[in-house]
Design a binder for this molecule. Structure first.
Ligand code: SAH
Length: 278
C-alpha cells in the first residue's frame, strides 16, 4: 500500500450508552474521516461524533426496504475507503468479535493489505446483565459463563450447538447467556427443559440494555416465555439463564420489599417487581 493510505479501526461501541465507550474508541471516533456503523449502534452514540465525520449506516433495518449491504459489499467499501486515504472506523455494537462478524472483516482487510486494528468493546453478553443488576459469575452462584447464539434452530440435526451439553452446564450451576435469542426463545427454553434443566431455574431478559428504553423481565424457565410475551420483549435482548439472576433481587432496589427472603416461590414473587413497567 502507498504510505498515504488510510487505516481501518474495527471498534466496539459497547451496548449503546456513549459513556460506555472505551477511551480508545472515543479517540478513534473523534479522529475518523468516516464511520461505517451497524444498526445496533445507538443514535445517542452517533450524535457524539464530530459533525464533519461521514456516518454510513450499513446495518439491517426492518421493513420492505430494509436490505442491508452484503458482507462482501461492506468489506469492499472498507477497503476502498482506506485506499482512498481515509481513516475509517468500522463501528459495531458490543464487542466486534462477539457474534459481530469482526473476525471475517479483519481477515478480509488484512488479506487486502489494509492497515487494520481492533478496539475491543463491552459486550452486551456481560454488560447487559450487569446494568440490570446481574453479575454473570459469582462465587456463590456460578463459576462458568457460556455465551451462545439463540438464532440456531435447536431441533435441527446439524445445529452447531450441543444443547445437551449446555443444559448440563446450567444444571451444574453455570450461567448461560443467549444473544439473538428472542425469536427462538420458546424453542430454546423447551430444549433446555427436555435436557433436564429445572423449571424453577431463574431467567432474565434484558432488552435494549443501556438504551433510554431499557427493559428487564424476570422469570423462571417455566414462566419466561409467557412473561416475555406479556412484556412484548423485542430484539435486541440478552437472555441470562442461571442462579446468578437471583442476585439481582439483592442488588436492585425493589419496588416491593415484601417477603423476599425465603423459599423459591417467595423469591420468584420478589423477582417480579419490574412486571408492571410495560
Ligand atoms: N457484538 C455484539 C453482539 C452482536 S449479536 C456484542 O458484543 O454485544 C446481536 C445481539 O446482541 C442482539 O440480538 C442481542 O442479543 C445482543 N445485544 C446487543 N446489544 C444489546 C443491548 N444493548 N441490549 C440487549 N442486547 C443486546
Amino acid at each position: 500500500m502507498s504510505s498515504d493510505a488510510g487505516t481501518v479501526s474495527l471498534v466496539g461501541a459497547g451496548p449503546g450508552d456513549p459513556d460506555l465507550l472505551t477511551v480508545k474508541a472515543r479517540r478513534r471516533l473523534d479522529e475518523a474521516d468516516v464511520v461505517f456503523h451497524d444498526a445496533l449502534v445507538t443514535p445517542a452514540l452517533l450524535e457524539t461524533c464530530p459533525a464533519s465525520t461521514a456516518l454510513v449506516d450499513v446495518g439491517k433495518r426492518p421493513g420492505p426496504d430494509g436490505e442491508r449491504p452484503t458482507q462482501g459489499e461492506i468489506n469492499r467499501r472498507l477497503v476502498r475507503a482506506a485506499r482512498a486515504g481515509r481513516d475509517v472506523v468500522r463501528l459495531k455494537g458490543g464487542d466486534p468479535y462477539v457474534f459481530g462478524r469482526g473476525g471475517e472483516e479483519v481477515e478480509f482487510l488484512a488479506a487486502a493489505g489494509v492497515d487494520v486494528e481492533v478496539v475491543p468493546g463491552l459486550t452486551s453478553a456481560v454488560a447487559g446483565p450487569a446494568v440490570a443488576g446481574i453479575p454473570v459469575t459469582h462465587r456463590e452462584h456460578a463459576s462458568s459463563l457460556t455465551v451462545v447464539t439463540g438464532h440456531e434452530d435447536p431441533t435441527k440435526d446439524e445445529s452447531a450447538l450441543d444443547w445437551e451439553a449446555l443444559a448440563r452446564t446450567v444444571s451444574a450451576g453455570g450461567t448461560l447467556v443467549v444473544l439473538m435469542g428472542v425469536g427462538r426463545l420458546p424453542a430454546n427454553v423447551a430444549t433446555l427443559r427436555e435436557h433436564g434443566v429445572a423449571p424453577d431455574t431463574p431467567v432474565a431478559m434484558v432488552e435494549k440494555a443501556t438504551w433510554d428504553d431499557e427493559y428487564t423481565v424476570i422469570g423462571r424457565l417455566s414462566t419466561i416465555v409467557s412473561r416475555a410475551t406479556d412484556a412484548g420483549i423485542e430484539p435486541p435482548a440478552v437472555t441470562v439463564v442461571g442462579d446468578v439472576v437471583s442476585v439481582r433481587d439483592r442488588v436492585i432496589e425493589r419496588a416491593e420489599s415484601a417477603g423476599s427472603a425465603e423459599g423459591a416461590d417467595t423469591q420468584s414473587r420478589a423477582l417480579v417487581p419490574d412486571g408492571g413497567r410495560r
